[in-house]
Design a binder for this molecule. Structure first.
Ligand code: NAP
Length: 281
């Protein structure tokens, strides 16, 4: 299969390149932001026409959730409209599109986990822009996977786990919110699951949730990181989201239920694996 990855330098993009290159089944092309700006429709068309992939995986996005609040038009264009163009081009050229979306398309008020069929209702600009991407893709092509995931951590890029470990070195109290619930997900597991989805499971076009199992709060996730690394002297302080001065509101409960694909392992197992790979445990 001929695969084109967009956004190859991101946390997830790097992991996908790694997963697909390691398994070695495909003719694999990967582009970063400097190679191709996804907001440039003409460049998108020429690149796809030239490479003629069977499958495009788009891991490119603007992901700074608080910054999104002050760059609404820009973000709706990068995360939303560009994916509409991409879907249109994929449909015209007959290739399949995989797009990554987020738990932040939900408002967080559900009493329980969000399934693939629940109605999105984002409460911040980032979530709205990712939902626009979902909607345009569904309008413009019938060969797509929308893969919603959440709270990514992994080898390639700063993430909550590395932030916690860095803060611990400073020896100061670490404030972490305990009123946001979600499912931390290891980018390595997600990339492997996307590989399997495209090559083996090959489900019908649609929306899928791919997350590590077991929900937790950021506070309890931080506690698990420090427990696993025997960081007994860390002063972890639980705080409420209201006490943090952040531009973008976050959903209180954004735990995604994967009801359609093989389930990934638990985030606790994935975290241990990740810390092991970092040579920390
Ligand atoms: N991280 C999470 O917790 C999380 C959770 C749920 C869903 N997701 C979704 O998963 C996907 C991957 O996220 P990630 O965490 O890997 O993001 P990331 O680390 O921020 O990487 C995004 C990549 O997209 C590139 N990019 C930005 N604007 C672009 C443009 N106009 N044209 C081409 N490339 C562009 C960036 O390049 P530059 O840095 O050079 O601009 C960056 O390399 C995104 O769709 C995101 O919404 C992420």
């Amino acid at each position: 299969m001929k695969i084109l990855l967009l956004g190859k330098n991101g946390l997830l993009g790097r992991e996908i390149e790694h997963a697909f290159a390691n398994k070695g089944h495909d003719e694999f092309f990967a582009l970063n932001h400097a190679d191709l700006d996804i907001t440039n429709r003409d460049a998108l068309f020429l690149t796809l026409k030239d490479l003629n992939p069977d499958h495009v995986i788009n891991a490119a996005a603007f992901t700074f959730v608080d910054e999104c609040e002050i760059k609404k038009e820009f973000v709706m264009n990068v995360n939303g409209k560009s994916n509409g163009h991409l879907a249109e081009i994929c449909s015209e050229l007959g290739c399949h599109l995989t797009y990554f979306s987020t738990d932040y398309v939900f408002d967080g008020t559900k009493d329980g986990e969000y399934t693939e069929d629940d109605e999105p209702s984002p409460i911040n600009v980032y979530g709205a822009s990712k939902l626009l991407g979902e909607q345009l893709i569904q309008q413009k092509t019938d060969k797509f996977y929308i893969v919603r995931t959440s709270w990514l951590f992994g080898m390639h890029g700063r993430n909550f786990v590395t932030t916690m470990l860095d803060l611990a070195k400073k020896g100061e109290p670490i404030k972490v919110v305990d009123d946001q619930i979600g499912k931390p997900t290891y980018s390595h597991d997600l990339a492997g699951a996307v590989f399997d989805m495209i090559h083996d499971t090959v489900p019908p076009s649609g929306i899928y949730h791919l997350v590590n199992e077991h929900k937790t709060s950021w506070y309890h996730f931080a506690k698990k990181i420090f427990d696993a690394t025997n960081s007994n002297n860390v002063n972890l302080v639980r705080v409420s989201s209201d006490s943090l001065d952040r531009a973008a509101p976050r959903p209180q409960n954004s735990a995604l239920a994967n009801t359609k694909l093989p389930k990934l392992r638990t985030h606790q197992e994935a975290l241990n694996d990740y810390l092991h790979h970092l040579n920390i445990i």
